[in-house]
Each structure stands twice: as C-alpha cells, then as structure tokens.
Design a protein around this ligand. Structure first.
Ligand code: EPU
Length: 337
C-alpha cells in the first residue's frame, strides 16, 4: 500500500495543475482496499477518490485524503458467444478496449482512446460515438468504506444515465471500486451511425470495417479534435451537453435554424454545448493561461502554468455568456474539487 503525506498531484491530473493533498493512499489488492477503508472509517478528513485524474479540476490544494486504485489484471471468461472480462480498477480503460479488440471480444470499439481508468469508467458512465460504458458493464466489485465488506453490484443497480451513476451521488465516497466486469460478444455488430464515423471510414475506402479498423478510425477522429494532455493540459469535454424540453427547443430552433441537436426522447432534446460556446465567441479565446481549445469548443485547456482558479474563472465566464445569450445553464462534466 502506498501512503504519502503532503503529496503533489501534478502527475495525477491531466489538466496539469500542481496542487497537493494532505495524504495519498493507493491500493493494489482487495485486502489493501479494506485496510484503506479502515483508515477512512476512523478519519474525519475530506475524501477524494481518484482515477487517472482525466476528468478532474483541482481548484486548490486538497485538504484531505486522496485514494487511488492500482489494482491490475484483465481476465476473460468465455461462455458461448459471450465473454466476461474482469478488470482491475487501476487498469487504463483503453488498454481493456485494445485487449478486447485484439482478442475478438466486441462492444467497446467506439469507446477507443477515452482517457481514464476502469474504476472511473463505472463511476462516470463514460461514452463516445453513440456508445456508453453502461451498455457493456456487467457488474462492479467494491469495498464498502464503512464496513470493509466486499460487494458485487449489478449494472442495473448502479443507476446509470448520461455521464452519471449512483457512485456520483447517494454512493459518493461509499465504495472503493476494485474490479469492473464488462460483457462482450464474439459477434461483431459495429455501430457506425454516429456523427462522422462513416465519412472517416470512407476516406480510407472502408465500408464494412473490421473491429480493428473501427477502433483505428475512432482513434483518428479523437486525435483530430481532442488535444493530447501531455502537450496541452485538459480534461476532455469540460461541459455536459444540456438537455432541453421540446417547447424551449422549438423556440430556440426558430431563432437559430442552423443549431445542431439530437432528439433524446419524444419531448427531450440535447444541444451540443460546443455549439453554444462557439456562438458566444469563445472558441479559441483565452482568459489568462486558460483557453477554449481552437478545434473543439467543449474542451478547456491549460496553456501552461494555469492554476485551478484560472480554469474556473474561464468556466464561469463561459457559463454566464451562454446563459445570457441562450437562457441555458450549462454544467461542467469535469469534477471540480
Ligand atoms: N460543435 C460546434 N463547435 C465545436 C465543436 C462541435 O459547434 O467547436 C458542434 C458540431 O455541430 C458537432 C456537435 O457540436 O456536430 C457535437 O460535437 P461532437 O460530435 O464533437 O461531440 P460533443 O458533443 O462535442 C460528445 C462527448 C465527447 C465524445 C463525443 C463523441 C459530452 C460532454 N461529450 O462531445 O466526450 O467524445 O461526443 O461521441 O457528451 C468527454 O466526455 O470528455 C468527451 C470527449
């Protein structure tokens, strides 16, 4: 078990913010997670459960305990056409996708290159290109922070919705996730209908892609639009795409006929926050060392040396402008601590 005091979290957040925490604990096994649960149980300090820090903005030093999983392992069990892949929560999610594509276990191709770790995938219900991880999660194993008990939670009980789960609300800080089991199929049924996937495939003269070709296409699309955190600190999409009701949507569309949208259900529409932000003139604009990425207005970047408060200032300026212009309050997707 790793146990460090006054620890710098620079290597643990992709925004590249240099903030410290009082104590940093890391578990490599279920037994170590139970030992940490015991420490947490007798502590009164604030707690932050951390994955790869790819969806995190540290506003300032964290006056509390940070806990991270380093549990490794990817193991597949086959049952006919179905394959359950049980993964340590400290594995990189994309290593799981890569492993599955190589072995012919299908269902996660569209989630290629999403940053972050396995444990966080189950908290955040990560998603991209028409797929969400809830569609492939079978169950989540965790240690209860209060009792030290090991539990297995079925996907259906995790309360998943768009970028959301019970782990972010009523179960916040209740569980140390140790493993996630994903369900794959040996039968490849590609999902190509989202956005520009077919167009990107056609560029390479591919109509019926293999799983590997689909993965590589998704990787290429992502690399074109999303900055590499090693070069430019960022946490992917900074805001969630807002949902609006049908009446509001119709009024807005009458004012802005070119507005892109997705129909979520009969009376609910999703508007791309990137479009709202771009319309407010923020794309490519900076506020001090914090900037709206020039190729994707949904991504805020650290131009170098930004403090958490610089990113928050930019975030607030954008939220205010979008509300003033469109009457829509957009909310950060990133966890601001
Ligand atoms: N758009 C603009 N300006 C921009 C960028 C996009 O107007 O600068 C408009 C375009 O009309 C575009 C639409 O916004 O068609 C949607 O853009 P895109 O398809 O790039 O997706 P997104 O809504 O910006 C979401 C996820 C991403 C995920 C992509 C692809 C959220 C918050 N974000 O972004 O997830 O990769 O779809 O599926 O739902 C992440 O969560 O960190 C993330 C990157």
């Amino acid at each position: 078990m790793v146990d460090k005091r006054n620890y710098c979290l620079l290597a643990h957040n992709t925004f590249g913010i240099s903030a410290r925490c009082n104590r940093f604990l890391e578990y490599e096994s279920i037994a170590e997670a139970q030992a940490i649960a015991h420490i947490l149980n007798i502590s009164t300090e604030p707690l932050l459960l951390l994955g790869a820090g790819s969806n995190l903005l540290l506003k300032a030093d964290f006056q509390g305990i940070v806990v991270h999983s380093a549990i490794k392992g990817i193991a597949a069990t086959t049952n006919g056409d179905e394959v359950i892949v049980r993964c340590g929560s400290g594995e990189l999610f994309d290593d799981v996708v890569s492993f599955c594509v190589k072995h012919g276990y299908h269902g996660a191709e569209n989630l290629s290159l999403i940053p972050g770790e396995v444990g966080a995938s189950a908290v955040q219900n990560i998603g991209a290109y028409g797929s969400e991880v809830k569609d492939i999660i079978d169950s989540v194993e965790a240690v209860n922070c209060n009792t030290g008990e090991v539990v297995t939670i079925a996907c259906a009980d995790c309360g998943y919705s768009y970028r959301n789960s019970k782990f972010k609300h009523e179960w916040k800080n209740h569980f140390l996730i140790t493993h996630v089991s994903y369900r794959f199929s040996k039968i490849f049924q590609p999902h190509l209908d989202y956005g520009n996937i077919r167009l990107a495939l056609a560029k390479n003269n591919i109509i019926n892609p293999s799983a590997e070709e689909l993965r590589q296409t998704i990787i290429t699309i992502r690399r074109e639009k999303l900055p590499d955190p090693k070069v430019l600190g960022n946490a992917g999409s900074f805001f969630m795409n807002p949902l609006v009701d049908k009446h509001f949507f119709k009024r807005l569309l009458a004012l802005y006929p070119a507005m892109p949208f997705y129909k979520v259900e009969e009376a609910v529409y999703k508007i791309p926050a990137a479009w709202l932000i771009e319309q407010c003139g923020w794309k490519g604009r900076s506020l001090g060392p914090a900037c709206v990425y020039e190729k994707q207005a949904l991504v805020l970047v650290n131009l170098g040396g930004a403090k958490g408060s610089d990113i928050v200032a930019l975030c607030n300026a954008i939220v205010n402008d979008v509300e003033r212009k469109f009457g829509i309050v957009i909310h950060p997707e990133v966890n601001i601590v």
